[in-house]
Structure formats: structure tokens, C-alpha cells
Design a protein. Structure first.
Length: 195
């Protein structure tokens, strides 16, 4: 090989080495850029995971609010449907929350407004309340006006009779004994205190 050929070969190899160095530098730059992009992607993934967790929390809160609103709406519809029935049936006002709780435990309100047992049989609210009268009579107010008539003077303060006439328990015992003896002899009388 001649000197000129050898020099040409050296120049060719030098050019090839320079090209490899340039290619290597380009690859290193790409690798660095890819690493930076990977770091950015990892950071974005973390940010996205945080955002996803926030959104899932919001979805959970909104679902809870929606369910509460649906339950409140359902409860209001049940109450609106049953309140007139309660009024007509004269259910005690203090018993109404208990009656509503019993209703909700055993029945559901259909879109048509009828009371439907959970086993599928439908009942009108008024019929259900009448059935409840037999099952739970304590939901209705106690009878008023029965029993003893009380004082002849309803405006008199308690104990006024005893204050005016004295203790009559002895007299009542004497009357009971007189009756037990067949009513023989003179009927006992109540001694009147002096005024």
C-alpha cells in the first residue's frame, strides 16, 4: 500500500470515527431526552393518580348526597301520602313517627302512590292504617270522657270537697258495710262539719 493510499484510509477511518461519535452523541441526547420525558410522565402519572383519587372522593360524596336526597324525597312522598290518612284515622300526633317507621319497614310507596307490601301485594294507605288499628291500637289517642263524672262543680279546685265536707272515707266504709249487710237498719249519714 502506498503512502497516499494509507493516508486516504486513515482519513476514511477518521471520518467514520467522527460519524460514529456524532451518532453516539445524538443517541446520548435522545436517551437524555427520553429520560426527562419518563420523569415528566412519572410526575404526571402521580398527579393524575392524585386527581383520580380526588374525583373518586367527589363521586363518593355526590353519591351519598344523591342517595340522601332520594331517601328524603321518598320519605317526603310517603309522609305526604300518609299524613291525610293519619288525620282521617285520628292517629295520635306523637305516634306518627313510629307509624311512618313501621310503614317504611314493611311497605314501599309505588309511583302510582299506593302502598305496596315488600312481598308484592298492594294495599291502599287507608286500608293499611285500618289494619294497623287492630295490630297497634296504642297509636290512637285514649278515649276521652269516660269514667267518673267528677265534681258537681268542675271549676272547684282539687280537694275542695274534702275541705268543705271533711274526710268522707269513714262514711264510705260505713255505707259499704251497710250494703254488705243487706241494707238493714238506717242508712249511715255523713256528719256535716260546722261552718
Amino acid at each position: 500500500m502506498t503512502l497516499e493510499e494509507a493516508l486516504a484510509k486513515v482519513e476514511e477511518l477518521t471520518a467514520a470515527i467522527d460519524a460514529l461519535k456524532a451518532n453516539n452523541a445524538a443517541l446520548l441526547a435522545e436517551k437524555k431526552q427520553a429520560g426527562e420525558q419518563a420523569q415528566q410522565a412519572t410526575a404526571q402519572a402521580g398527579t393524575l393518580e392524585q386527581r383520580l383519587a380526588q374525583l373518586e372522593g367527589q363521586v363518593g360524596s355526590l353519591t351519598t348526597e344523591r342517595d340522601a336526597a332520594l331517601a328524603e324525597s321518598y320519605g317526603a312522598r310517603v309522609k305526604d301520602k300518609l299524613d291525610p290518612v293519619f288525620e282521617g284515622a285520628a292517629i295520635a300526633g306523637t305516634a306518627r313517627p313510629d307509624v311512618l317507621a313501621r310503614f317504611n319497614a314493611e311497605h314501599e310507596l309505588t309511583e302510582a302512590g299506593f302502598v305496596s307490601k315488600k312481598d308484592g301485594t298492594a294495599v291502599e294507605p287507608s286500608q293499611w292504617v285500618e289494619g294497623l288499628r287492630e295490630q297497634a291500637p296504642h297509636f290512637w289517642p285514649a278515649s276521652q270522657g269516660g269514667g267518673a263524672g267528677g265534681s258537681n262543680n268542675p271549676g272547684a279546685p282539687a280537694g275542695a270537697h274534702v275541705a268543705k265536707h271533711g274526710d268522707t272515707s269513714g262514711y264510705m266504709k260505713a255505707v259499704d258495710a251497710w250494703k254488705a249487710g243487706g241494707g238493714q237498719g238506717p242508712r249511715p249519714t255523713m256528719a256535716q262539719p260546722s261552718d
